[in-house]
Design a protein around this ligand. Structure first.
Ligand SMILES: Cc1cc2nc3c(=O)[nH]c(=O)nc-3n(C[C@H](O)[C@H](O)[C@H](O)COP(=O)(O)OP(=O)(O)OC[C@H]3O[C@@H](n4cnc5c(N)ncnc54)[C@H](O)[C@@H]3O)c2cc1C
Length: 435
């Protein structure tokens, strides 16, 4: 049986579930060979994945690799050609993502998740022609490096409560307020920022989505130190910061709809490659269990088996999302299923890694992950630092891009159609009671 005409068993060619065969059509497999040939031509002969490089070299490699991708049309492969993308079909896009994930090589550079995946895709969907022509090529060239200005101290899960104020002054918006948890904000020179432009409207109205340059006196970025000791995210303060009026996306006071489109891309895009990455991580955990002599422990074995089952379920969930994507659907509230599943799983599997390591996990040594997002890089050594840091980072996975509780609320109300929770926040935003 074919789902929407095209199905996959990511990374493993054909597979089956209860007699149902999953596989790609022959032309898609032919395209896969093309991608594999590109990777073979451009990666070093002894390539084992980004995790095979020390972290400093991995960072250098990623920057250089991004240039290679840009040169050969492998950055933002789904974007239309006229804006600098490769104009690939949905299935080709998925194949590129799969092959890159299997090879353990990045599909983009630092901050591109904000520039390409979030800002770029959202501009393509909501932006004016001028905005597309101005911003998209600059995102690809790396001239514009983006970060996400959504959360505030009083607006995280309740994002609609945001109070960062923008007031029009001639042909500019003047912005005052604070954002927080701004990942890689210290590396960015542009921020897409949700602002309150009409405080007298209800809280989800009166919000405007602005594309704001950061290289100006009115914006101050302060790093936040994390549980792991690193500083990946920041507070961003706006004091009479200026943003051109033409940098509104989706219309003044219509920012909530634009913001939700972007969140769909943040939560849903990785559905097909995440299971591949989690499978590689689990295989490495099996090695760790063997290396530490814990593979014979019946309780550890049972927990490993449970993780294996969860990765398989994730794989089929990914296929479901893929089917929707290939059918032309945009990531909507259903993307919350996948976000909830992978982030909760990642806490479970990394807790298991800590139990397998025992006391050694308390004094982490060796190569640490190069990123705080998701599993460690493919090819990473089984160091105690790799697992202990990933364990700490996994806590954050159930918070960023919407907490697990929020995902469950979305699923209950918007997917299952359960009755909505009673709300006490109707009426003008500026008249709401605040703690
Ligand atoms: C690693 C990381 C990177 C991040 N990067 C960015 C970024 O780049 N840009 C950005 O804008 N933001 C970013 N964030 C912020 C993130 O989006 C928020 O942390 C998240 O939305 C939760 O908001 P909060 O921290 O204010 O928690 P709160 O909203 O205060 O929630 C506290 C607790 O209450 C629960 N809760 C809240 N409301 C409900 C409800 N209605 N029903 C049930 N439970 C509820 C939550 O689930 C949570 O457990 C990042 C966060 C992390 C951890």
């Amino acid at each position: 049986m074919w789902l929407s005409g095209v199905q996959s068993s990511p990374g493993e060619g054909r597979g089956s579930l209860a007699g149902v065969e999953f596989g790609y059509p022959p032309e898609a497999e032919a395209y896969r060979e093309k991608v594999q040939a590109f990777l073979a031509e451009h990666l070093p002969g002894d390539w084992r994945g980004l995790g095979g490089l020390p972290v400093e070299q991995a960072d250098e490699f990623t920057k250089e690799w991004r240039r290679t991708l840009h040169q050969h049309g492998y950055l933002a492969v789904a974007w239309p050609k006229e804006y600098g993308g490769a104009g690939l079909s949905a299935i080709e896009t998925v194949i590129v993502a799969e092959e890159f994930a299997k090879a353990g090589v990045p599909q983009s550079g630092p901050n591109d998740v904000f520039g390409i995946q979030m800002a770029g895709n959202t501009i393509i969907e909501w932006g004016t022609e001028e905005q597309k022509r101005y911003f998209l090529p600059r995102i690809l060239s790396g001239e514009h490096v983006w970060c996400q200005g959504y959360s505030e101290p009083n607006a995280g899960s309740d994002l609609g409560n945001l109070g960062c104020r923008a007031v029009r002054d001639g042909d500019e918006w003047v912005i005052n307020g604070q954002k927080i948890w701004t990942t890689e904000g210290h590396l960015a020179n542009w921020i897409f920022v949700l602002t309150r432009t009409d405080p007298t409207a209800a809280k989800h109205r009166g919000i405007t989505f602005l594309l704001c340059p950061m290289d100006q006196p009115g914006i101050e970025v302060r790093p936040i130190r994390m549980l792991s000791g690193e500083s990946e995210f920041n507070e961003v303060f706006f004091t009479d910061a200026r943003c051109p009026v033409e940098n509104v996306v989706g219309g003044v006071d219509n920012g909530w709809a634009v913001a939700m489109t972007l969140l769909g891309y943040e939560r849903g895009e990785a559905a097909t490659v995440q299971p591949l990455r989690f499978r590689v991580e689990l295989d490495r955990l099996l090695d760790l269990a063997r290396e530490t002599g814990r593979a014979g422990d019946p309780v550890i074995r049972q927990r490993l088996a449970s993780c294996y089952a969860q990765v398989e379920i994730m794989r089929y969930l990914g296929l479901k999302v893929l089917t929707q994507f290939l059918g032309g659907g945009h990531p909507g509230p259903e993307s919350s299923i996948f976000k909830l599943y992978w982030s909760e799983y990642h806490k479970v599997v990394t807790e298991l890694s800590m139990d397998i390591m025992g006391a050694a996990g308390l004094v982490p040594t060796g190569r640490a992950p190069s990123s705080a997002i998701g599993p460690d890089d493919v090819g990473a050594p089984n160091s105690t630092a790799s697992w202990a840091m990933t364990f700490l980072h996994a806590r954050a996975g159930t918070i960023y891009a919407g907490t697990s509780q929020v995902q469950r609320n979305i699923l209950g109300e918007q997917v299952l159609g359960l009755p909505k929770e009673p709300r006490a926040d109707a009426g003008p935003w500026n008249e709401l009671q605040r703690a």
